[in-house]
Design a binder for this molecule. Structure first.
Ligand code: NAD
Length: 297
């Protein structure tokens, strides 16, 4: 890693991932249109730069959605057209498998090494360097990316060829939304009947209902002091991003003629939650929608 790494997207996830690289002593050129996100990294020794203005051997992006990724690499900024042959490009954003495959194809034409490498583990995993990277691309490029990804994550997994990382990520997040909703429903049912949410959580954590939402990311305020639920659902993984992922999963299901009834219901519930103005709140805040629903006698 002789030249600085270029890092695009310094939000909830990207900011923490970039910080890990700085902490490891790497030199970083960073870009984000949001001044506060950019400044936080500049204050820790990163350098601001404009795409195309410097040479980089490694480029990493962590952007919110397909449009931002398309604009950066193929559209208005057209970064793939500016990079030198042999550059390693790693897109960690959660995007559609179709866009990931398009980026792989364009990168191959230009002799660039490309990986779709979305992550799992949330903001706590990003801060602790314990993320899982779900990689799509050739095995040799995954090996090439291993040293830099290992500074930000613990599990570097090869899901398959171009786009496979994005497919795996959307499958995972559809399941995440479903078990978050199930966890909210179960907690609400118990609390309505007088149970303490922390006690009920402990019971279910030690029983067959245990799952990640319950154990690591409890949606009930006050049960886990560090979870977004205990910070009024601030920070974490925005509900509008979860809705984006569920919509992408739904589109894949339609395109491949696969039935995903629970995924579709989760998409509808998150759409309602976002429409009520909770788009920037953490996705565990869907508990509020569940609690607001009155069942008919
Ligand atoms: P975020 O909205 O906090 O951050 C996105 C950042 O990208 C913003 O700061 C925005 O200003 C910046 N940006 C937009 N266009 C840009 C561009 N062209 N160049 C540089 N920066 C640009 O979102 P986040 O929570 O960090 O999520 C980022 C991605 O990671 C999303 O695809 C999300 O689905 C995925 N993800 C998030 C989590 C989580 O827990 N937050 C977990 C896993 C995966």
């Amino acid at each position: 890693m002789d030249t600085p790494i270029a890092f695009f997207g310094l939000g909830q996830m990207g900011g923490r991932m970039a910080q890990r690289l700085l902490d490891a002593g790497l030199s970083l050129d960073v870009h984000d249109p949001a001044p506060a996100c950019l400044q936080a990294l500049l204050d820790h020794g990163a350098h601001a730069f404009t795409p195309g203005a410097a040479r980089h051997d490694i480029v990493i992006s962590m952007l919110p959605h397909d449009k931002a990724v398309h604009d950066l690499y193929l559209g208005t900024t057209g970064l793939l057209r500016q990079l030198s042959a042999g550059t390693l490009v790693i897109d960690c954003s959660t995007v559609s498998p179709e866009l990931s495959r398009q980026l792989h194809q364009e990168a191959q034409t230009r002799s660039l090494d490309f990986l779709d490498a979305p992550v799992s583990g949330g903001v706590t995993g990003a801060a602790a360097g314990t993320l899982s990277f779900l990689c799509g691309g050739s095995a040799s490029v995954v090996t090439q990316a291993q040293p830099v990804l290992s500074l930000m994550g613990q599990n570097i997994m090869h899901a398959g060829p171009a786009g496979a990382g994005s497919v795996a990520k959307l499958c995972n997040n559809m399941l995440l939304a479903i078990h978050m909703l199930g966890t909210c429903e179960a907690l609400n049912l118990g609390v309505k009947q007088g149970l303490d949410p922390a006690t009920l959580s402990t019971i279910m954590q030690k029983s067959s209902g245990r799952n990640w939402s319950l154990e690591v990311y409890n949606p009930w305020p006050g049960v886990m002091p560090q979870s977004p639920a205990s910070q009024s659902y601030r920070g974490g993984f925005q509900s509008q991003l979860m809705l984006k992922d569920l919509t992408l999963a739904h589109q894949s299901a339609e395109a491949w003629h696969v039935s995903t009834p629970l995924g579709s219901l989760a998409q509808q519930l998150y759409a309602q939650h976002v429409a009520k103005g909770h788009e920037q709140e953490d996705f565990s805040g869907i508990l509020q929608l569940i609690r607001s629903m009155e069942s008919l006698p």
